[in-house]
Ligand binder design. Structure first.
Ligand code: A3P
Length: 301
């Protein structure tokens, strides 16, 4: 079986496997557990952060952690953000989720169809973070080079093809964003983009506070923003993942906090790849009223 549990002290054989047409990773995910997630009971105070990989998940985790702490970094303890805001689909989270105190803030890369059905009864809140998919692809390529649980690509072309075909963890970018965006009216849902956060982080933090019903003072808000900048997060061991063991991240091969910008794809894509991507984007997104910022020059930062 592709996703059998791994005995303790044994390095898992990380491999992609498909569960209900969605790619997961053996050794990290179990289909039996993931299947149960849709039945989880949701509290009104629960917050779910949904993303396709490399869209700014960790950034949002830091923002949400800092909002909860009203900007006081000393109140956030020394825990890594992936412990403060765990992944629901990663092995054995169910019990911790059931017994955790409110507010339970959780993250997920799962598509709409696999998330708790309670969310569609407007119980709990959903924040979806999107990023222009060319930058997602490049960020994901670099992450594949250092993340031990992901297959190292032969080169950029090799990864480009895999991404275009959805042969990566979390499958196809277009399916993911459409699954969440087109069902947003069923949920208490906030959509934000990575590029908006680059352009005006404070404005996005204010929107998130408003959505969550958090009333922060101006100086508390300043602190949330200050501790969520790329520079400060890069130097913060709770969020830069430098504390993750080499069995999970090969730190010699790249930093998690890599570039943190808009338009880095231009240094990787060939003209032909960019044109092919644009065609696919037009076709896939023709009925979806979403647009993206592809270049830092198009932002007044
Ligand atoms: P790059 O690889 O392009 O630098 P995720 O957390 O979903 O895996 O996303 C990781 C991406 O978000 C990385 O992109 C990382 O550098 C970027 N990121 C994280 N925190 C950021 C911040 N404060 N400002 C800008 N980008 C940030």
């Amino acid at each position: 079986m592709a996703d059998a549990p791994v005995p303790k002290n044994q390095t898992p054989d990380y491999k992609l496997f498909s569960f209900q047409d969605f790619n997961l990773i053996s050794g990290i995910h179990l289909s039996d557990e993931v299947e149960q997630i849709k039945n989880w009971a949701i509290r009104d105070s629960d917050v779910f952060l949904l993303t396709y990989p490399k869209s700014g998940t960790t950034w949002l985790k830091q923002i949400l952690t800092m909002i909860e702490a009203k900007g006081d970094i000393t109140a956030t303890s020394n825990q890594m953000v992936l412990e403060t805001i765990p992944w629901i689909e990663v092995l054995h989270d169910k019990e911790k989720f059931t017994t955790a105190a409110s507010p339970r803030i959780r993250s997920s890369h799962l598509p709409y169809k696999l998330l708790p059905r309670d969310l569609t009864k407007k119980r709990g809140k959903v924040i979806y973070v999107a990023r222009n998919p060319k930058d997602v692809l490049v960020s994901y390529f670099h992450f594949h080079n250092c993340a031990v649980m992901l297959e190292t690509p032969k080169d950029f072309n090799d990864f480009f093809e895999k991404f275009m075909q959805g042969k990566v963890f979390a499958s196809n970018w277009f399916e993911h964003i459409k699954s969440w965006y087109l069902h947003r009216h069923e949920m208490d849902h906030l959509y934000v983009t990575y590029e908006e956060m680059i352009q005006d982080l404070r404005a996005v933090v204010e929107r998130i506070c408003c959505f969550l019903g958090k009333d922060l003072s101006s100086s508390e808000m300043d602190n949330v923003v200050m501790h969520s900048t790329f520079e400060n997060m890069s130097n913060n061991s709770s969020v830069n993942y430098k504390r993750l063991p080499e069995t999970l991240l090969n730190h010699q091969k790249g930093a998690f906090m890599r570039k943190g910008t808009v338009g880095n794809w231009k240094k990787h894509f060939t003209v032909a790849q960019s044109e092919r991507f644009d065609l696919m984007f037009q076709e896939e997104m023709k009925n979806v009223p979403l647009s993206f910022v592809w270049d830092i020059k198009d932002l007044s930062v």
